[in-house]
Design a protein around this ligand. Structure first.
Ligand code: HEC
Length: 115
């Protein structure tokens, strides 16, 4: 009886430890994702007409439609500059800082398409 209780306690402790390890790993992976840029979020921004203070009703997707509009883009192109050019001209929005989360997300969405 007493021994059984002890065994149960051990199992519960093991489960708690496993749970903590999972939480820890999840925290690390979300932090890494955030600092790298999230392509899923970039995809959402891509069709957001209010991106970076855009003054008109235009979103990136209007001029770059389709499933993977940047399939043939080269990683060597100045992607951040091009993104800002498209934000400030057609969207009439504000240029994004290179290390802003929105720039990282857009960039990772675009680069995730190139093979
Ligand atoms: C009014 C139309 C228009 C809108 C809106 C627009 N773009 Fe563009 N974009 C262009 C044109 C034109 C080019 C140059 C020709 C090309 O490469 O397709 C271009 C080029 C690009 C390129 C380089 C493509 C390549 O293969 O070299 C990227 C990346 C890009 N745009 C991203 C964006 C993003 C991100 C947004 C939204 C913030 C956006 N564009 C909004 C018209 C637009």
């Amino acid at each position: 009886m007493w021994k059984e209780k002890k065994e149960n306690k051990k199992i519960v402790m093991k489960q708690k430890k496993l749970f903590l390890v999972c939480v820890f790993m999840l925290a690390i992976s979300t932090t890494c994702y955030a600092s790298e840029g999230n392509p899923e979020n970039g995809k959402k921004l891509f069709s957001d007409p209010k991106l970076s203070g855009s003054q008109n009703d235009t979103a990136c997707i209007k001029c770059h439609p389709g499933k993977d509009p940047f399939k043939s883009i080269s990683k060597d192109r100045p992607i951040n500059k091009i993104i800002n050019m498209c934000i400030t001209k057609p969207l009439a929005g504000n240029a994004l800082e290179n290390d802003s989360q929105e720039m990282k997300d857009l960039r990772s969405y675009i680069l995730s398409q190139s093979k």
